[in-house]
Design a protein around this ligand. Sequence first.
Ligand SMILES: Cc1ncc(COP(=O)(O)O)c(C=O)c1O
Length: 415
Amino acid sequence: MNTNLEALFTDNNLSTQRKLISDICKTSPMFDCVLHKVKNRHLVDGKGHWLADFATQDYLGFDFEPRVIQAAVDATKEYGTVVAWCRLVATVDLFNRAEEEIANLIGTEAASIFASTTLLNHGVIPALLGKDGILFLDKSGHATMYEAGKIARDSGSKLVSFPTEDYDELEKLLIEHKEIPKKLIAVDGVNSMTGDYTNLPALDKLAKKYNALVYVDDAHGFGVVGERPDSDNPYGHKGNGLINYFGLDFENMVYIGCFSKAYGSFGSFIACSKRLRNFLISQATPHDLGGAGPASAMAALLEGIKINKERGDNIRKRIHELTQRALKGLTELGYDTYNKTLFPIISVHLEKGDLMIEASKILYENHILLTLAPYPMVKRGNEAFRITVTSTNTEEEIDQLIKAFSECKKLLGMS
Ligand SMILES: Cc1ncc(COP(=O)(O)O)c(C=O)c1O
């Protein structure tokens, strides 16, 4: 590409906000990090430096589970490396079997599987809204739902947003737009930064009062939280998601989950009625214009669902124990974490956001890989180090994490 064009389409396009992220990529080892070994989650970078993984979100640890790997290998031999058709044209039976299993697990009539949650949101939200709907979007909802709202707005639908957990404000908006029959309220289930659980019971009441549909993107919660939480199983049972965690019905709700986090596979689903599922086959663009994803991902998922039935609740107990250990250590060091739920997402708040790059170097030297959340990924003042705990982390790794954070205290002015 000639350098003029290159500058025009790259540097000239950097938004001031995104430029900050691009600068971090150049200066912190923790962004755009290249790993040379990941086997069994023992990470090693190009310099031979090992890292404990607190950035992955494979909560149930299925990504290196031998049975899951074998299932993916067998399916590749049987079905090839890719499913060659878009979903509208043809599919292989593994996708339909996976949809049935997911619908059974969540407790809906049907489910529709997409290649990723990003694609699902971009395809399903505009399909649901059509030309004359309205989307009420939680201000801290995932960016892909906002993008989906903008696609729908282009076809004539409206897009409004409400402050997180401000249900009075949401009700005012629902009243203001009551003449629009098709009302869709979109929220994250488990918040991807804080691990907070969205108050679905409050939303369910509002949705029933104003005849709206709630769209719950529970990409993080699926596989971890589930029905009938109690003191022995604080995340609940079965990992069948936040709607079941609260014991709600699906009259006014659709549920979205993702396989690339808890299930160590690839893809996402919407759990819904049969009629909606069949509608989406021809109306959601990723189904008629895009590829479905590899069959091996569905085989891995189906094996994961079997393991979840056999020992999922024990795996979740283990995640809970490890999360408690990490939270205790970080709090004792004096760090402020956003975690109120004990969900395995811990965002360590950085009072001085401008120290993020220097602090990330110390953490990295101390063998920790985690997710940086600088502005504009989060609001200014909310900059954080995001730690995700999975069942394959060990007690020793948690202790290493605490040690690494203790090494940062001086830089952060905490000791
Ligand atoms: C709430 C939420 N929705 C959507 C996504 C995107 O998921 P995917 O990687 O499947 O596109 C994420 C990813 O982190 C997420 O947290």
